[in-house]
Design a protein around this ligand. Structure first.
Ligand SMILES: Cc1cc2nc3c(=O)[nH]c(=O)nc-3n(C[C@H](O)[C@H](O)[C@H](O)COP(=O)(O)O)c2cc1C
Length: 309
């Protein structure tokens, strides 16, 4: 039996510990296993998979930023068929829970990937990355409650036993309205947050530093934004609805993870930190465990949402 560091249950799925490796930061899962034993993580999210293969944006598509990084990878991935045939069997053999991330440019795209993931039967959870433009109207699914509702009403029936996590974009005016749309649409859990829209300029060439122009900011710079959004959503709707939140954004130390838990998170994602040191999740999990004991608690969920506000 593998040691358990602070087990949690997410949407009915038991995780060995609350730390989840975030989408897009550990490839198709097995890449991370080269540098960190998967059993040290509660779960690993695959990079987002689309119906068709995508080459993504040209370089530069990942750059450093102060207190974080900026990326516009453009959802580069092998596509659904390649993933199911070549990547999923190896990922499913890894000793932790695997969460399949889904992206698309139309509702049909999402439904096709969701149905295939459900049929594969090796992914107990999927995570919908809704920060993608819908080619029919150019708006991101995660930008407007109506767009999100339409997406979820089509995807939900395509998922049988597989639980549905909806990952929300922070680039909206009203995050609670988006969370409400996700919960109304049948989300079993919510991930907060994806990257924050940002732009970096090379002052010598006067050009954007990323080939695509703007990109998504991640890492410690966005952590307080994530904490604020987790708290808002937890307080306004998720607590009463009983829908767990995966808090994500800028976690590099156990204290960052503890803040997200106090704000309302049941589990905690780590992304950019893996580029700094892929073993950081282990340290964060151990730190959280010691913190829970020091707080006089036995389980992490006793501290979920327990900020004194
Ligand atoms: C290089 C890179 C690639 C990413 N790719 C994806 C992706 O494919 N799907 C997705 O939902 N999020 C993706 N993200 C967003 C992360 O999963 C996470 O939401 C974000 O980076 C904030 O967490 P962090 O500050 O811990 O990195 C990516 C982030 C980075 C840095």
């Amino acid at each position: 039996m593998k040691p358990t560091l602070l087990p949690v249950t997410l949407a009915g799925v038991p995780l060995r510990n609350p730390i989840i490796a975030a989408a897009g930061t550990c490839g198709y899962v097995t890449e991370l296993a080269d540098v960190l034993a998967p059993a040290a993580l509660g779960a690993i999210v695959t990079k987002s998979i689309t119906r068709e293969p995508r080459v993504g944006n040209p370089p530069w598509r990942i750059i450093d930023a102060r207190h974080g990084m900026l990326n516009a990878v453009g959802l580069a991935n092998v596509g659904l068929d390649g993933f199911v045939a070549d990547k999923l069997p190896a990922a499913a053999g890894v000793d932790t829970v695997i969460i399949g991330s889904i992206a698309g440019n139309s509702i049909d795209d999402y439904v096709a990937v969701a149905a295939a993931f459900d049929a594969a039967d090796t992914l107990p959870l999927v995570e919908l990355n809704v920060s993608c433009p819908n080619t029919s109207d150019g708006l991101q699914f995660g930008e407007h409650p109506a767009g999100l509702r339409a997406l979820l009403s089509a995807v939900r029936p395509a998922l049988g036993r597989t639980k549905m996590i909806v990952k929300l974009s922070p680039n909206v005016g009203d995050i609670v309205a988006m969370a409400r749309a996700a919960i109304d649409g049948g989300a079993d859990a919510i991930t907060l947050i994806n990257t924050v829209s940002a732009l970096a300029i090379d002052v010598d060439t006067r050009q954007p530093r990323l080939s695509r122009g703007a990109g998504g900011l991640s890492g410690p710079a966005i952590h307080p934004i994530a904490v604020r959004m987790v708290w808002q959503v937890y307080d306004a709707i998720a607590r009463d609805a009983g829908v767990p939140i995966i808090g994500l954004g800028g976690v590099v130390r156990w204290q960052d993870a503890a803040e997200l838990v106090l704000a309302g998170a049941t589990a905690v994602g780590m992304g950019t930190a893996l580029f700094v040191d892929p073993r950081l999740p282990l340290r964060v999990a151990r730190g959280l465990e010691a913190w829970v004991k020091k707080q006089g608690c036995r389980t992490l969920d006793e501290l979920t949402g327990e900020v004194a506000m």
